[in-house]
Design a protein around this ligand. Structure first.
Ligand code: ADP
Ligand code: MG
Length: 297
């Protein structure tokens, strides 16, 4: 634990100075595909998608770091069936290094887990939160893909994570309440000027034709009222296998890889890699912008 991200008794001023020093040193210029998985409301499948996308990227031989950025309702460890010794809260509030906290899962992907019901990101304060994200991005240079499983809605920490990731996957069901919440989320993303690409991932789709009609209305509204072109990625069907895998505490892609929803996640991962849309050079990330984003939130 030579240089903890956030020392327990650190002042915000000291943290700010360290951040300035790091910005001067800069990152190593490595390109990492960085994705934030967000949603308007909870329970739409962010964690399901984050975990299984991580496994799909692994199948394509990418080194993957999955981050449970939903600190209040963390559950990636449950879906992956692992019991982390340390969590992100230990790094954020107890001075542990991310290297001490990271879990090497049996599925070949690495996880930064969080403890559900534990302290939330906002307790950090803006400067140290920015410093943490800086440290996280630096840590992620060991990987090819970084996936941030965010909290629902658009709280302070979500804004910062969305700003850090050039591509945000917004998971939604096609139910009217979920669609309304997605619209509100996109509105905030635009108002905050986070400068990210947004792609919708329809999940738990049972009726394709109906889903298409609903999504067409949403994309039209986003274009007319928010001047936002929304890319809609191929939908993931509702599948009973998702719940079977959950009870087995194994990710769907490992448990029932031939299931329709599992195959669709693999297709999604492939299309993201092909587009390389989310590729970013960490050296170019504007950490100051990230912190300003948090301050505004
Ligand atoms: N495609 C799907 N088919 C069936 N059930 C799903 C699907 N995607 C997610 N679920 C289930 O929906 C519930 C909420 O998913 P979760 O990933 O925890 O949502 P979030 O992270 O957005 O809160 C979980 O019980 C999950 O197993
Ligand atoms: Mg979740």
């Amino acid at each position: 634990m030579a240089s903890p991200v956030c020392k327990p008794n650190d002042t915000d001023q000291a943290a700010g100075l360290r951040l300035a020093a790091r910005r001067a040193t800069g990152h190593d210029g490595k390109t990492v595909v960085c994705l934030a998985v967000a949603s308007g409301k909870g329970g739409v499948g962010k964690t399901f998608l984050s975990v299984n996308l991580a496994l799909a990227f692994r199948q394509f031989n990418r080194r993957v770091l999955l981050v449970d950025a939903d600190l209040g309702l963390a559950n990636t460890d449950i879906v992956l069936g692992v019991n982390p010794k340390y969590t992100l809260q230990d790094a954020l509030f107890q001075g542990y290094e991310l290297a001490d906290v990271v879990v090497h899962t049996p599925y070949g992907i690495d996880l930064l887990a969080a403890s559900s019901g534990g302290r939330e990101m906002v307790a950090l304060g803006e400067t140290r939160m920015g410093l943490f994200i800086d440290e996280l991005l630096r840590f992620a240079t060991q990987y090819d893909v970084l996936i941030l499983d965010c909290a629902a809605g658009i709280g302070n920490s979500v804004t910062a994570f969305l700003a850090a990731a050039p591509l945000s996957l917004i998971v939604t069901t096609t139910q009217p309440t979920s669609i309304m919440d997605v619209y509100a989320l996109i509105k905030v993303i635009r108002q905050e000027n986070l400068g990210v690409d947004i792609a919708l991932v329809p999940n738990m789709v049972a009726d394709h034709a109906q889903a298409q009609r609903v999504l067409q209305r949403l994309t039209a509204a986003a274009e007319t009222y928010l001047s936002t072109q929304l890319e809609v990625l191929p939908p993931i069907p509702f599948s009973d296998a998702v719940s079977r895998a959950l009870y087995a505490r194994r990710p769907l892609l490992a448990y029932e890889p031939d299931d329709a929803a599992a195959r669709q996640v693999v297709l999604l991962a492939r299309s993201i890699l092909q587009k390389q849309k989310a590729a970013t050079t960490l050296a170019n990330l504007d950490i100051k912008g990230l912190i300003d984003g948090v301050l505004k939130g």
